[in-house]
Design a protein around this ligand. Sequence first.
Ligand SMILES: [Zn+2]
Length: 328
Amino acid sequence: MTVVLLLCIITSQLTVVLSSAGNFWTYKGSLGADHWHLDYPHCGGIRQSPIDLQTRDVVVDQTYLSPLVFSGYDRVSNLFFRLENNGHTVQVGLNDKTMMISGGGLGATFVAEQFHFHWGAVDERGSEHSVNGRHFPMEMHIVHFNKKYGNFSSSVGKVDGLAVLGFFFEIGRFNEHFQEIIDHFGEIQFKNQHININSIPMIDLMPARLTNYYRYHGSLTTPPCFESVTWTIFNETIEIAEEQLVEFRTTIFENDKSDGGVFMDISDDYRPVQCMFRRRLYASHPSLKYDMASPRENGNDGVSNQPTRLLFSMFLVCIWCILPFFSF
Ligand SMILES: [Zn+2]
């Protein structure tokens, strides 16, 4: 771990470079995540997201990390949701700012602004965060801004500005609640298309048990990568059917409709995991702290306990950390 930390520190210094002008980014190619820091210096910081959640190292604090208090999540909004393809993801804008979270060590009240998804071209990848190196096929982020700053744009650059709730998906039963969103994908196939849809009680989109979660301080996972996010990643996953995930993979394109030519699907819209540096990962329950080398008594939704897998994931993180060095 010392070697990994040293490599992280060295590459962090190397990536603090002068920025060239630019405001365009992608997940692949010459404008992909390895290059974001050139135009968006914050992306080369030391409190970046996503991260690999290494369960062996978590600090359990049941007192501080009490259950979050959800307000308004069980109600149907009077206003429509704004469903949008922004060229990077499918995003749902929450127009009436009545859904709020507090408690759970957040230290403030945060207002829900939007939620969106990161998904892979195949089941083995897609989530931004991982657990002991294991990725999930999709991850949903519900983005909240700190109520005391009034709105999202005033909050996004503040150290306590944002709180994001992250949820992993697993292939399983057909999910009727998400189908209400998927049914409209044909109307937002192309970049910058949007449509108003009936609101859905947010509680229906989330897992039943929300008391077990991981917590750390990190960043936006897209440029400008501001380090303003208190992350809450829930342990319980959301089930979705394979055919529903296929709709994400095959009907949502990153192209503008007028582009013509070959349309590129948005699949694999996730940023690779970032170095942890000296940050601590916290957990709300003792069952979330376990060593991959030891069998767990209460299981963990199918996470493998092979120590070789942990070593391999550490190796990948290490390789990723030194990649920027070779780009100069
Ligand atoms: Zn996200």
